[in-house]
Structures are given as C-alpha cells and as structure tokens.
Design a protein around this ligand. Structure first.
Ligand code: PGA
Length: 246
C-alpha cells in the first residue's frame, strides 16, 4: 500500500485527479472504475478543469461505476446515474455508450450483474479504480461480512450506511435498503486502486484498512493484498495511522 498524506480535501482531490489523468494520458482508451458519494466530488471538479484546459480527453475512455441503489431509477436525483451525469459526464466529452452504470431498476438482478462482469472483462478489466470508504470500512457497497469472493451482486445495506446516507434523502425511510455493487473480487481485479478518505469520521476505518486484520468485517482490509493501492488521506482521516505507515 502506498499512503499519500495530504493536508486537506482540496489537496486530496487534486492528487486523485492527477493519478486518474495520468492514466488517461498514458492510455487514451483507459477503463475507469468510478465512485460516488461526497468524497470524490472535488476530484471530479479537478478532472473537469483538466479537461477544459485540454490536458485530458474522455472521447475514448470507458467507465464502470462501483454501485447503484436498487429500486431507484436513473431519473431519480438520488441515483448514482444522476450523480455521475451531474458531477462529471455532462461536463466532459465522454461518449454515452462508454458509460456503464448498473441499472437499479432491473427486473433481472442476476443477469444485470452477470452482464456487468462480462462487459468489464470484454474491455480488458479496469485500469484504475477510484474508491471512497464507508465509516464501517465498506468499499463499493460491500458491507461488513460480505463474502470476499463475490463479484457484482445485490447487497443489503448496513444500518450504519443507511444512517450515513440519510443525509442525502428527505428522511431515513427513503434510503434504499439494498444496492447493486461490484464485489470485492471485481474490485481486486483492477490494475490500480486509488482510495480517498477525508475527515475524522473515516480515521478508524482507514487505520483498520492499513493495519488491521484482513477480515470480511472490514471489507477494505483486503486491499492490503493488492499490489498497486494508493490511499490518499487528509490529516483528519490519517489521525489513527502510525507515522511509520507508508
Ligand atoms: P462518502 O461515502 O464519500 O459520502 O463519505 C463513501 C462511501 O460510503 O463509500
């Protein structure tokens, strides 16, 4: 694991955007694995800036998002489809046919998940996967105790995740109780992983990810076994790391 310590959210966002941008420059048709939530919003803003400065080009880029709420349509402003269009795709020259986001309204979950895995394999796998992390150590929507061997699948959301994500909804009752998510196996097959974390609320999850036992209770702990992981943490999220953690 490579720990990149930064002072604040803006620096984290810039650093993450630089990693993604360099991947795109080195391979014009890169396959990006993308995340949603509050954490990567600044990174997307930086990527849009780099695009406007003509430093990066999305015309041949393919993307796969980590997850989507189950039972929510694309048009719903809480869907991750809506988030991605709003925060990135509407502002860059990404081709619609190159955007892959799980369909939260699918009437055949098994087929939707199987096809997603198939499409990832068809394009040669994910070159760089961006991840946030949940307060409970989840990556994607792989909640504590999900089987490490899982590929894209339907998951029940953990109570902590429901509580944490209720800030985006009018009430906690409106938060979906399940989601479609790439599995740990899918994530681990990405060539490069960039995990972003900021704020004190993530400090414990980050400490367990870096120094804890590798166990399904802390899904991100499996990343200790990946050979190209970059963890970009601001001061608050790095609070429980040892100074010797590199
Ligand atoms: P956040 O979510 O970026 O909104 O904190 C991260 C996650 O739950 O993976």
């Amino acid at each position: 694991m490579r720990i990149i310590r930064v002072d604040n959210y803006d620096e984290m966002s810039k650093k993450a955007a630089d990693l993604v941008a360099s991947q795109m420059i080195l391979k014009h048709n890169s396959v990006l694995g993308l995340a949603t939530g509050d954490t990567p919003i600044g990174m997307y803003k930086e990527l849009i800036k780099l695009y406007n400065e003509k430093k990066i080009d999305f015309s041949d880029v393919r993307s796969f998002n980590l997850d989507e709420y189950y039972g929510i349509s694309k048009e719903n402003n809480q869907s991750y489809y809506y988030y991605m269009m709003n925060n990135l795709f509407n502002h860059v020259n990404m081709r619609k046919e190159n955007i892959n986001i799980l369909d939260g309204k699918t009437d055949n979950v098994a087929l939707e998940c199987l096809n997603y895995e198939k499409r990832i394999k068809e394009v040669g796998g994910i070159d760089i996967q961006v991840l946030g992390i949940g307060v409970n150590g989840h990556i994607g929507f792989n909640e504590p105790n999900v089987n490490f061997e899982s590929e894209t699948h339907l998951v029940d959301l953990d109570q902590k995740t429901i509580e944490s994500n209720s800030r985006f909804f009018k009430s906690i009752e409106e938060v979906p109780k399940s989601a479609l998510s790439m599995g740990i196996k899918t994530i681990m097959q990405s060539k490069v992983i960039v995990l972003l974390a900021n704020g004190e609320a993530k400090a414990e999850a980050i400490a367990k990810t870096v120094n804890g036992k590798i166990c399904p209770e802390v899904q991100a702990s499996i990343l200790q076994l990946h050979n190209n992981v970059n963890i970009i943490v601001d001061k608050a999220a790095a609070k429980l790391l040892k100074s010797s953690d590199k």
